[in-house]
Design a binder for this molecule. Structure first.
Ligand SMILES: Nc1ncnc2c1ncn2[C@@H]1O[C@H](COP(=O)(O)OP(=O)(O)OP(=O)(O)O)[C@@H](O)[C@H]1O
Length: 353
């Protein structure tokens, strides 16, 4: 449904996209994830035709070559964070507008718009003015307006960014349901890893105008392949060391400070002697017995955070963070050694710079 290859885009001397390729299948929910300035919006603008790329090898929507085709002629629609609704039109007029300008009759457009509004649970508010709606309702109108013309691809630029946390979570589920019902391809932009993991079939993580890693949400969550990806996906502990030996997927590493521990290799592209990072989530580390794999540790701090308690322990490899979701079982000083399941410690090559 979408095929983009080797797109480069520059704003003056700033390179916003350098040689990015991505594709999406029919009915796929693809999320472009990245921090501010990583090039997400630029990518979306290139796809929609709002930005003419500096260079691109191939850009196809639904099999059609759209290079040089103006935005209005492309079979895709964008939903923006700020909704961009027409304030002088009521709800149903906003939704029907796209059909009217495509030459559909008033009666036909209204009936179709009504169906789209029902899909986003706003059937009862069709006659309201935009000013009488909450933020979440406005975003639903924007969605109904975007899907009513049945584009091949819906492009969503941080559409839930302006909503509060609770509403955002509800809307995430609604959006997923809407996408499934319509079977439409969604290209979704966000800087929230939690949102990307919840909603997507596939995630593309961007850094400085390049793709750092892409894959299914679980791949990114459990198998980051670079320090940046691990950090972005919320790994609290990232240690330095070198690979001593590997046995299939399992790697034995010597951490800075001399401790030898084991974990799982995120890629086979890593050789003994090479500099590595070993990443582990705080909740995947726990106290172990003296004869088990792990590191000797002394508890140095404990922070109660309501839903969980974080504990800092000092080890030969430096300070590690542990997280306990079941209150705080260990009294200060009770931890003497910490360890992890081999599948929870990810080893990937260290990239300098
Ligand atoms: N119109 C512009 N003129 C000059 N530089 C721009 C312009 N738009 C974006 N940039 C730069 O291009 C880079 C990528 O920007 P882009 O908006 O695509 O990032 P983003 O990942 O969408 O960020 P955000 O999450 O903050 O929207 C940034 O360095 C940005 O400063």
């Amino acid at each position: 449904m979408l095929e983009v290859s080797n797109v480069v885009h520059k704003y003056g001397r700033v390179t916003a996209l350098s040689d990015v390729s991505l594709s999406a299948a029919k009915g796929e929910f693809l999320t472009i994830l990245g921090s501010s300035g990583s090039g997400k919006t630029t990518m979306l603008r290139v796809i929609s035709g709002l930005e003419t790329p500096y260079s691109v090898n191939r850009l196809r929507i639904g099999g059609e070559d759209v290079v040089g085709l103006p935005a209005a002629k492309r079979n895709c629609t964008t939903v923006f964070q700020n909704y961009a609704l027409f304030p002088h039109m009521n709800v149903i007029e906003n939704v029907a507008y796209g059909l009217r300008i495509r030459g559909r009759t008033a009666q036909d457009s209204t009936a179709e718009a009504k169906r789209a509004l029902e899909m986003v649970q706003l059937g009862a508010k069709a006659d309201r003015s935009i000013g009488q709606l909450s933020g979440g309702e406005r975003q639903r109108v924007a969605l109904a307006r975007a899907v009513v013309t049945r584009p091949a691809i819906l492009l969503l630029d941080e559409p839930l960014g302006a909503l509060d946390e609770r509403l955002r979570q509800d809307m995430q589920l609604e959006l997923m349901e809407l996408q499934r019902k319509l079977g439409m391809t969604f290209i979704y932009i966000t800087h929230s890893q939690e949102e990307a993991l919840t909603m997507s079939d596939r995630v593309v993580l961007m850094k400085h105008g390049r793709i750092e890693q892409s894959g299914a949400p679980l791949d990114l969550f459990d198998r980051p392949v670079t320090r940046f990806a691990a950090d972005f996906m919320g790994y609290e502990n990232i240690l330095d060391g070198k690979l001593l030996r590997k046995d299939g997927e399992i790697g034995e590493v010597e951490l800075v400070g001399g401790a030898v521990v084991r974990g799982t290799l995120a890629t086979s592209d890593i050789q003994p002697g090479g500099a590595i990072n070993l990443a582990i989530r705080a909740e995947r580390i726990g106290p172990v017995a003296a004869d088990e794999d792990g590191l000797d540790a002394t508890l140095s701090n404990r922070v109660y955070r309501g839903k969980y308690t974080d504990m800092m322990v000092e080890t030969k490899a430096g300070t590690l963070r542990l997280r306990s979701w079941h209150g705080a079982p260990n009294e200060k000083g009770a931890i003497s050694r910490v360890g992890w399941k081999l599948s929870d410690a990810v080893i990937f090559p260290e990239h300098k710079g």
